[in-house]
Design a protein around this ligand. Sequence first.
Ligand SMILES: [Zn+2]
Length: 67
Amino acid sequence: MSSENFNKNDELIRQWQEKIKVADRNNIFCHCRFCGYEWVDSDLKPICKSCGSKDVESISCWQFPDG
Ligand SMILES: [Zn+2]
């Protein structure tokens, strides 16, 4: 039994909780039509963080269908 594995797993869970917190705060899922980059933002008119394109699809998280 390794406590190191437990700590790694714990760290992974913590990282996910951070991501969920960020998504919860920002709530705008963004998808760049130009390069395909995906991220979560708080701006409804975001600019792609990867390529700088303004051709970005923004979807509010609460618009996602169940499942
Ligand atoms: Zn892009």
